[in-house]
Design a protein around this ligand. Sequence first.
Ligand code: PCA
Length: 319
Amino acid sequence: MKHFLIGAAALTLTTAAHAESWDMPTPYGDTTFHTQNIMQFTDDVRAATDGGLDITIHSAGSLFPHSEIKGAVRNRQVPMGEFFLSTLSNEDLAYGLDSQPFVATSYEDAAKLWDAQRPVVTELLAEQGLMPLFSVPWPPQGLYTNGEIATVADLNGLRFRAYNAALEEFAALAGAAPVQVEASDIPQAFATGQVAAMITSPSTGVNSTAWDFVTHYSPINAWVPKNIVVVNQRMFDGLDADTQAAVIAAAETAQTRGWEMSAAEAETMTAALAENGITVYEPSAELVEGLQGIGATMLENWQTNASESAAAILQAYQQ
Ligand code: PCA
């Protein structure tokens, strides 16, 4: 009997001290501000739970390739993960409105769009047993090429790096040839001639040392796409109430901090491109007009194919 009691007491102690270890796959490298923001998030969770929830980040697609991260969280292979939100637009166009050209081009509009998008995205993800924790935008997207681009016609025939269906459509409408390439493969894709131009943030330009393979950058600021961090609802529900509250609080802080980091990077990383020898130029009126024409065509296509909930986002955003 004595033996039994000691055993039971020891068991209680171990249960109380039991630390949960979670793995978290992310698509982008450690120098990316999104990854750094997530590192801070996991530090905050560790501190708030006295080490009770220890999240290990597996960055740059090292645990799951980007395209498999959402499914891995859904299937509970991992409890939590990050991905580029608009890659889900093949499931529902509601996920992709932030990647439609010239719908939301400033941080203010991007925040308004996320307010309109969040309830719909939350509901869609809930159908798959997923819960959004926070979403952070990349800096406004700019154009990287060799030589200056004066009009859309200058993009004709260029092999163009794409990261989602919207950018593929954009490149095709510009007469370019889209090629899907993950962010971590950008330097290799340029070095081997797989691609010759791209649209992405100044952050990704700097993280992939764009000055090694292009000469010019134009901040066309055509859209402000977001990453999202999601958790598997059942795994989240399995945490005790205090740990759940710590995760939610750290997620809110991470979202605020991430938007601030992004806005700061829009300036500092554009400056870094110039410091490293890239010619940064304002797009000509003619180029902007041409790109806006492509955007208008894309939005028409989007509206034709939008689900009811996707259309409701646009409506709420435009009000
Ligand atoms: N960087 C990511 C997504 C958008 C961005 O700015 C990329 O280029 O893949």
